[in-house]
Design a protein around this ligand. Structure first.
Ligand code: ADP
Length: 403
């Protein structure tokens, strides 16, 4: 069974084609600068790259170009003789509001909910829906499946998802003003893998804190495979400071800066807090953790401060979530920084010895796949588990398409 996975952003679109028989990735690629001049699609098979320099007016044109790359002659990176070989298409969708607790086959009703959630994901949801509609238009007989970033977190109890603002605003606008959480496919995959890795699969008492640390970062507290709390909120802006997002700040700061800079709220939230803040804003160096680490090693104090603030915020979240769960069996690090940043992992665990977290520095320094990095006598096991959001999407898509 061949499954195409599509992950659409506002001006980019990533794809991966899976052969689910062996779970192999046949090819992958990314379309960049959609709707902007100098568009480019970079198609890849392993390390081989096949660039297509072509403007893409919108997501329909981008998908058409992806299909062209997939069906190109084999010596030019093509992997399919015909599009008929694709059995189903799985779409990553940012926001499903409180309507979807799991992945679902796209129907007109599902499209309507994705549209209703545009205000909650103004950059992503329109792009996700455009991708779905483009695929439907070009391949009307192939099932389209929506996999929501928010779905896994829908098991959170009211006490975790309710904001302390007047109740009247909660349910006034069609979409509820509450915590939803994101990176759901990653938290689901990694928390399940941790249970499996420690021989606790299906155990309703297995408690794990997941630290997904990438360009965007989020934490979750899960028990028995269900999410109990997570750090991102109504939108991905809440939580710890990220590459370019501020994370949680005192909302009165908005009012203060907006008044003095004569700025509108949209600019403040979309541009300043989402794109110019976080570790980039603090350091003035970069949003990329490798750049920050090398600048800090060269003596840049602001880069070091950005890293310190990131780790300090992460440590507080981990400890808070262990408390929320009444103790934990495991803490798992995942995504770009979580998988590859031993210094970040060490800094986030430092000081948590009081609750039974003890890293093994040698294991923490090693590279590799799924592994334990805590000392044998650590009460809470600390693991690194590489995430694979695309595989989650492909697997859900296969299951639903088979139905
Ligand atoms: P995204 O949220 O875009 O999926 P990723 O999960 O790919 O992000 O994470 C990207 C981040 O991971 C970047 O800040 C990058 O610097 C960081 N990263 C990747 N490799 C390393 C490494 N070896 N050491 C430290 N950070 C790393």
């Amino acid at each position: 069974m061949k499954i195409l996975v599509i992950n659409g952003g506002s001006s980019s679109l990533k794809y991966q084609l899976y052969d689910m028989t062996g779970g192999d990735v046949l090819c992958k690629g990314v379309c960049e600068r959609i709707g902007i001049a100098d568009g480019i699609l970079t198609h890849r098979i392993g390390d081989a790259k096949y660039p297509y320099k072509q403007d893409m007016k919108d997501h329909t044109e981008a998908i058409a170009l992806v299909f062209k790359a997939l069906t190109a002659p084999a010596d030019n990176g093509g992997v399919l003789k015909s599009l008929d070989e694709i059995d189903a298409i799985g779409h990553r969708v940012l926001h499903g509001g409180d309507k979807f607790t799991q992945s679902i086959i796209v129907t007109p009703e599902v499209e309507k909910v994705i549209e209703d959630c545009f205000p909650l994901g103004p950059l992503h949801n329109p792009a996700n829906l455009a991708g779905i509609r483009a695929c439907k238009k070009l391949m009307p007989n192939v099932p389209q499946i929506a996999v929501f970033d928010t779905a896994f977190h829908q098991t959170m109890p009211e006490v975790a998802y309710t904001y302390a603002i007047p109740r009247e605003y909660y349910d006034k606008y069609g979409v509820k003003i509450r915590r939803y959480g994101f990176h759901g496919s990653s938290h689901r995959y990694v928390s399940a893998k941790a249970a499996e890795f420690l021989g606790r699969e299906g155990d309703p008492n297995f408690r794990v804190v997941v630290a997904h640390l990438g360009n965007g970062s989020s934490f979750s507290a899960c028990k028995g495979g269900e999410c109990q709390d997570t750090s991102m909120g109504l939108t991905p802006l809440e939580g710890i400071p990220m590459g370019t997002r501020s994370g949680s700040i005192d909302p009165a700061i908005l009012q203060f800066i907006i008044n003095r800079e004569n700025m509108d709220v949209g600019t403040m939230v979309d541009k300043v807090l989402n794109k110019q803040s976080g570790v980039l804003g603090i350091s003035g160096v970069s949003s990329d953790f490798r750049d920050l680490e090398s600048a800090a090693a060269d003596g840049n104090k602001d880069a070091q401060l950005a890293l310190d603030i990131f780790c300090y915020a992460g440590k507080k979240l981990i400890a808070g979530y262990v408390a929320a769960l009444g103790g934990a069996d495991a803490i798992v690090f995942t995504a770009g920084v979580g998988e590859n940043g031993p210094d970040t992992r060490a800094a986030m665990c430092e000081g948590l010895e009081f609750m039974g977290v003890k890293l093994d520095p040698d294991e923490n320094a090693k590279r590799g796949g799924e592994r334990v990095i805590s000392a044998p006598d650590s009460k809470i096991k600390v693991l690194v588990i590489p995430t694979d959001e695309e595989l989650v999407i492909a697997t859900d898509t296969m299951k639903l398409a088979k139905k």
